[in-house]
Design a protein around this ligand. Structure first.
Ligand code: DGJ
Length: 734
């Protein structure tokens, strides 16, 4: 619910358990942030903006206007006039000047949620959410800024975005436009962020927030392996189950900055938006710029509650695919099985064996097109290589279909190899600084998708392959980050638009693809999990989590990913051993159990693995079919973290009716002379009794315990024999 109290000039935005308040002050209609936290009934809260303390407001004390600007908790701060904290919006007028401050003009409160032009965003019906449009302006610049807030009625989430319009007569440049800001008192917070590298994505980091600016960011052209568009400020005492959290997550797949600035007065300004590095957007008179959406979550109930809010929102209000609520076909991908060395016969031999074991889809990865026999050529030449795919693509797909399996294919549509027919024909289609040799990465360049003719040409190439056979899945990959930011297609004063135009074009292509092929299962990927973000989830219900599919490495990667994203979105496979990334040897059983927490599939040559591993596949397939509804739809809880305790990992999912639950326990290194571990379960119904069975160990007898006992006193998990051992425990109402 959203209300406006005209007497107090206070907006109150309520979710089931939280309240957010915005106030308008002074004759100049400054817009201030008042409160975000536990739900309040009262709106008599504008005193929190401290306008009753020196320097007061400019109408009362214009002598100290600069001090006012530097301490007022602006709802959406600009800069250049006295607020020395980092602002959210930067402009440069035609005359070359920066400096702006926003004042309230009008507002509208509406049922539902408008879409954001060209951008992915959360959605909801008129019954599910309410939106506030707050119109502000700087009349000296000739700029209107629309601040959009949506509250969801069933989830403790508020989404925000910003639209800037040039209402003047000439042009100006937007040099920065963030999407959200919370100016609040610092209460000795910790800062929680996600970090990594290729094969090591989204590891959780928690550290003390100090004075000054602390940020995480990417200007790699994608959300990145390295930092993640997520920031949480949490109370020092916050745990999984308790404590305050202010979290932001960006519905965007390009450059971002998430920042906390602790100031001289012990205030903290928390912001998130497009990274200003090399961003400069020209707005002609009448033109608008739509900034992407930020999802904000507040809770005083710890990380489990934060995670639940993000999961619920993304499951219900972000993912559009018809696969969102459906079991995905169990796939086998040939990448780690063959790399580039395959042909029709090899793929069919894998498919034949896989189909016998219950695997439901064959995915042909990189190497099927042009002269692509290594990663140094042919990106852009999206024509089937009939020397490898002898008999043609349709023949291969039909043969796979005859086995009762679906067929999927890999593309990397955003790229161009210097050694490709496409590059030889259109060297100016690569992103490049004219006159400077391009910086290669994996021996490839990035296509200049700011040019519509490039987008149309590549889209057509991809779509015509998909139209040529019964292809039911696409893995959309992106294997390098952007450099040499320059476009042969943009004028000099629009070169600063390239990064964002690139992201908009990726969205446009995926939008077209999913509309033309509405039944396609799309999986995004970026050199593993470099573009695992809410922006991509809008188009694809699942994203490849990491190129590191080692079961032990995956514990940390999947823990960090699941902090925000539902298990149903995490691309997870059983891969080959010794693992191709770390050389570790883990039991086939453990690999299966860890992959079960994601989309589940295989990434190995099923014709070559040891017979005893192969024999386990039908059992794993059966487990997937038995438990996937629970894993996909259930509420997720983190029980223990290997990254923190360095011994074991444990997570749990519980069905909505709390009748069933699945607990995954992974012991990393065994300990000598050690008893069973006592695990406190979560989310069960204290009044119910549960039959507890250790799914993969017949020697442990099934027992019945009450939900109360299991949650308050705990379950004893016998110590598995050996390292890297997993236990799967199923609870069913007795
Ligand atoms: C990176 C992906 O993450 C891998 O799974 C594989 O598809 C390769 N690219 C192919 O080049």
């Amino acid at each position: 619910m959203i209300t406006y109290n005209e007497n107090e000039r206070v907006f109150k935005l309520d979710t089931p358990n939280t309240t957010y308040m915005i106030g308008i002050v002074d004759e100049e209609n400054f817009v201030g942030h008042i409160y975000y936290g536990r739900k309040l009934e009262d709106t008599d809260a504008s005193y929190l903006m401290r306008t009753g303390e020196p320097p007061f407001v400019p109408s009362r004390n214009n002598r100290e206007r600069c001090s006012f600007y530097d301490c007022f908790p602006f709802e959406y701060p600009a800069s250049g006039l006295g607020d020395y904290r980092e602002g959210c919006i930067g402009i440069r007028t035609a005359g070359g000047h920066a400096g702006a401050v926003l004042s309230y003009v009008s507002h509208e409160i509406m049922a539902g949620k408008p879409g954001l032009e060209g951008l992915p965003a959360t959605f909801g019906t008129e019954e599910e959410c309410t939106t506030l449009k707050l119109l502000c302006e700087d009349r000296y610049v000739g700029m209107q800024v629309e601040l959009l807030y949506t509250v969801f009625h069933d989830t403790d989430v508020i989404t925000r975005s910003v639209r800037v319009t040039n209402t003047g007569t000439g042009h100006f440049y937007l040099t920065k436009v963030y999407s959200a800001c919370i100016d609040m008192d610092n209460r000795d917070y910790d800062m929680v962020t996600l970090h990594g590298s290729w094969a090591r994505e989204r590891h959780i980091q928690r550290k003390t927030l100090g004075y000054g600016i602390q940020s995480v960011s990417s200007f790699r052209g994608e959300s990145s392996h390295q930092d993640h568009p997520f920031l949480a400020l949490v109370d020092k005492n916050t745990t999984q189950e308790n404590g305050e959290i202010y979290a932001m997550n960006f519905v965007y797949s390009g450059n971002f900055r998430a920042q906390a600035e602790v100031t001289q007065f012990d205030y903290v300004r928390m912001t998130m938006g497009i990274h200003p590095e090399n961003f400069c957007w020209k707005l002609e008179s009448g033109e608008s710029f739509q900034a992407p959406e930020v999802v904000m979550v507040y809770t005083d109930k710890g990380f489990d509650a934060m995670t639940a809010a993000f999961h619920r929102l993304y499951k219900k209000h972000l993912i559009r695919s018809e696969y969102r609520d459906r079991k995905r076909p169990i796939l086998i991908n040939n990448w780690e099985a063959t790399y580039f060395d395959f042909n029709t016969e090899k793929l069919l031999s894998i498919a034949r064996e896989a189909s016998k074991l219950g695997i439901e889809m064959l995915v042909m990865d990189d190497g099927w097109f042009g002269r692509r026999n290594a990663d140094d050529c042919a990106l852009g030449d999206w024509k089937v290589n009939e020397e490898k795919i002898n008999g043609g693509l349709k023949y291969l797909v039909d043969e796979v279909n005859k086995l009762g399996m679906k067929f999927g294919i890999w593309f990397e549509p955003e790229m161009i190899s210097p050694d490709s027919d496409l590059y030889r024909e259109h060297p100016d289609w690569a992103i490049a600084i004219p006159g400077r040799p391009g910086t290669e990465s994996r021996q490839q360049f990035v296509l200049d998708l700011s040019r519509q003719e490039v987008v149309d040409c590549i889209y057509e190439k991809v779509a015509s392959v998909l139209r040529s056979a019964n292809i039911e899945y696409v893995k959309w990959d992106m294997n390098r980050q952007l450099t040499d930011i320059g476009s042969y297609g943009l004028p000099a004063d629009r070169q600063g638009e390239l990064y964002h135009r690139y992201v908009l074009a990726v969205y446009q292509m995926q939008d077209r693809l999913t509309k033309e092929f509405p039944h396609l299962l799309l999986e995004n990927c970026s050199g593993g999990g470099a573009r695992f973000d809410p922006g991509m989830l809008y188009f694809s219900p699942q994203i490849w989590c990491s190129d590191d599919a080692d079961a032990i490495e995956r514990l940390e990667i999947q823990e960090g990913t699941a902090l925000l994203y539902p298990l149903s979105t995490m691309g997870a496979h059983v891969s080959d051993c010794p693992n191709h990334t770390v050389g570790r040897v883990t039991p086939f059983e453990t690999r299966g159990i860890v992959a079960l927490a994601g989309t589940f599939g295989y990434e190995l040559d099923v014709t070559k693995i040891p017979q005893e591993d192969r024999d386990m596949i039908p059992g794993q397939v059966a487990m997937y079919h038995k438990y996937n509804d629970l894993v996909r739809e259930g509420d997720y809880y983190r029980i223990a973290s290997y990254s923190q305790n360095h011994k074991f990992d444990c997570w749990q999912v519980v069905s909505g009716d709390r009748k069933q639950s699945l607990v995954t326990f992974v012991q990393v290194l065994n300990r000598a002379n050690f008893k069973s571990r006592r695990i406190l379960l979560k989310g069960l119904d204290a009044g119910k009794r549960y039959n507890v069975s250790f799914v993969n160990d017949d020697n442990i007898e099934d027992k019945v315990y009450s939900g109360e006992m299991l949650m308050k006193a705990g379950l004893l998990v016998p110590n598995p024999w050996g390292d890297f051992r997993a236990r799967l425990i199923f609870l069913d109402e007795a």
